[in-house]
Design a protein around this ligand. Structure first.
Ligand code: GLA
Ligand code: ZN
Length: 655
């Protein structure tokens, strides 16, 4: 399996490369990822290509059995490019972006596209026959540094074409978008604006005052623009090489649709930094990010950058505790990783990322973190056969929808509402109850006993039909407030709420409230609603919980409806975490899922591999914890009596 490091030979004197490669080998690393920012190094002047630096490094590494994942270097355009061509993005105020922090160029700019194609082709040609280049990474983290959206003239023109292709006639667009309001009817596609700054925009962040149909389409178009930009490079690489192609995505990041971005890739990879300058993530949040990345192609993936030390740009976050790098590694494997590459081998002396610590420190001396990974490498190489091709037994699916992430960001419903937090609350509850839960698009329902489809507001008729079929055939569907109310053009449907789900859910949400303070919810599930309360009249459904305050005291808040052979749960309010957990417990049990209450901070994941089934145990607590699971450790070969070490990870064959 790939156990590697991200490496920047260009940061070090040539005289150090051999010793660095020796140390990598000693650490058990068998792969490096290189080249993603090397445009200026390999094309010093326009049209003048020289790969000798990397040729030499690749050979030095290969002599020690270390293979290379090489990248197309388009993420960091050189200054000569921006001097000669007007390739920089424009922000929503029409200002030109500055250069010097990567990812400044526009995906629809013909010169940037052309120059990117040329450098990708030269790189592909140069390394196509190099047996030591085992895979390719396209560019680096599309969308990073707020680079998804651009408001330049090229984008406007491309957007017009994109719309014409989709809508056919401008009359059709006007009708779908409701151009009759505010004199927004267009005479031609070329008239259509980008949702840039206008006088209506309030000074505070998130709310926009453009037509919501325009805004949604622009977000779809911007995502598509990067998918297309990537595709050009994939097509070029495929002309020269059959090696696998990937791109390093960003977990929860939602500006670009990860399903679309990964469609043409051979495998997904992604960059995982659980705690850094900007804060620490809950372990369930990290697990969900892994699941989103697995769900992007419904396929195992590689972590292309895994945190290896304290991390930050201007100051650092918490230092990984002893055992934590190993624990994060097993967490990744448990949630679908088949390979892992640590960022970066040695901490940079110069440049922006001096505080983003790697496997070794500034002096290159191996210390605690290096030795922990060295031990981890030994373990993994010994249990590799359980990792490659392993699958999780998924009982539940939490649906992630990019259209809905964008739609909810455009029209937030209520001041504190956040779609991403909302879907996370369902993943977290499932994870805490050790229900193995996938995160993916609304598809392949039949694979899951329960499908959570929170706040699926924008929905096509086809999607509604599929969800309904799933329930008819015996599935358990969990919907929440704001589901089913809009069509794919971001228009509100002229239906009683919850829109396309009113019948399957067996209810009518006759009114709603965005309450100024929390409202108690009582019944089978007890808790608090804080952001939204649908006031529900059951219409065949059974009430599970009701509100206990406000003018709607006694009205249904959570319901369940028998429909066909299945059930539809409707949660009319946002719930605090403990109440979501109670709900998930009730839903899971009635769906026949074996809910495992483990102590807080312990994750239990059941896997199947070609070598048999096993259970991964992860202990995020800094104290020894009893898991209640017994068997044999596949890592040590010893009996496992249930107690897991502080920040420990185990792979157990249960007895
Ligand atoms: C991202 C990038 C890396 C590096 C790290 C740390 O994941 O892909 O190049 O910048 O962040 O900041
Ligand atoms: Zn642009």
């Amino acid at each position: 399996m790939i156990f590697g490091v991200d490496y920047y030979p260009e940061h070090w004197d040539r005289s150090e490369w051999e010793a660095q490669a020796d140390l990598m080998k000693e650490g058990g690393f068998n792969t490096v990822r290189m080249g993603e920012f090397a445009w200026k190094l390999v094309e010093r002047e326009e049209g003048n290509f020289d790969f000798s630096l990397f040729d030499e490094v690749i050979d030095i590494l290969a002599a020690r059995g270390i293979k290379t994942i090489f990248s197309t270097p388009t993420a960091a355009p050189p200054k000569w490019l921006v001097n000669k061509y007007d390739v920089l993005q424009r922000d929503k105020y029409g200002r030109k972006k500055g250069w010097g922090a990567r990812r400044e160029c526009c995906a629809n700019n013909p010169d940037y596209i052309k120059k990117s194609e040329i450098i990708a082709e030269e790189t592909a040609k140069h390394y196509a026959d190099n047996k030591n280049v085992i895979a390719w990474q396209i560019d680096n983290e599309f969308g990073c540094h707020a680079s998804t959206h651009c408001y330049c003239e090229h984008c406007r023109k491309e957007f017009a074409k994109w719309l014409k292709e989709k809508y056919g006639t401008i009359e059709n667009l006007n009708e779908k978008w409701g151009g009759a309001f505010w004199s927004l009817d267009y005479d031609s596609f070329d008239d259509v604006i980008l949702p840039a700054y206008n006088s209506c925009e309030p000074p505070s962040g998130n709310l926009w005052s453009h037509n919501p149909a325009l805004d949604l389409e622009y977000r779809r178009f911007s995502s598509d623009s990067w998918v297309k930009y990537q595709k050009r490079q994939i097509d070029i690489l495929r002309k020269y090489t059959s090696a696998a192609i990937t791109h390093n995505l960003m977990g929860h990041f939602s500006d670009i649709n990860a399903f679309d971005l990964s469609r043409e890739l051979d495998f997904v990879s992604w960059d995982n930094y659980p705690e850094n300058q900007w804060g620490a993530s809950e372990h369930e949040y990290v697990s969900m990010a892994h699941e989103i990345m697995r769900g992007a192609k419904n396929k195992n993936f590689v972590v292309m950058e895994e945190q290896a030390g304290p991390a930050g740009w201007d100051f650092v976050g918490r230092s990984p505790r002893p055992g934590e790098l190993r624990l994060w590694t097993y967490q990744a494997l448990a949630h679908g990783a088949e390979g892992i590459v640590y960022f970066r081998f040695r901490t940079a002396l110069k440049g922006m990322e001096q505080y983003w610590y790697g496997v070794t420190d500034h002096d290159g001396v191996p210390r605690r973190r290096f030795f922990e990974l060295q031990r981890t490498a030994k373990e993994l190489h010994s249990i590799e056969k359980y990792i490659i091709g392993a699958r999780t037994h998924y009982d539940a699916l939490v649906v992630k929808s990019y259209d809905n992430a964008w739609g909810h960001a455009i029209k937030r419903h209520s001041r504190n509402y956040d779609y991403e937090n909302h879907i996370y609350s369902f993943y977290k509850a499932n994870n805490d109850l050790n229900v193995n839960t996938a995160v993916s698009r609304a598809a392949d329902y039949e694979k899951y006993k329960v499908v959570y489809m929170p706040a699926y507001n924008i929905i096509t008729d086809g999607e509604a039909k599929e969800a309904e079929e799933y329930v008819k055939n015996g599935g358990n569907l969990v919907l929440t407030f704001r589901s089913g109310g809009r069509d794919e053009y971001n228009a509100v449907r002229p239906l009683r709420l919850p829109g396309v789900f009113a019948e399957t859910a067996g209810i009518e949400a006759v009114e709603f409230d965005a309450p100024p303070r929390s409202v108690p919810v009582c019944g089978e599930i007890n808790g608090e609603a804080r952001i939204w309360c649908d006031i529900i009249e059951p219409n065949g459904a059974k009430t599970l919980s009701y509100y206990d305050d406000e003018y709607y005291r006694g009205k249904a808040a959570i319901t369940v409806n028998e429909y066909g052979k299945g059930r539809v749960y409707y949660v009319g309010c946002d719930l605090n975490d403990a109440a979501v957990k109670e709900l998930v417990r009730i839903v899971s049990k009635s769906a026949g899922i074996d809910v495992k209450d483990a102590p807080d901070g312990v994750e239990i994941i059941r896997k199947t591999s070609p070598e048999g089934d096993y259970t991964v145990l992860l202990n995020y607590n800094e104290r020894e914890t009893e898991t209640g699971i017994k068997g044999e450790s596949l890592i040590s070969g010893n009996k496992f009596n249930g107690k897991i070490a502080p920040l420990g990870a185990e792979i157990i064959r249960e007895s």
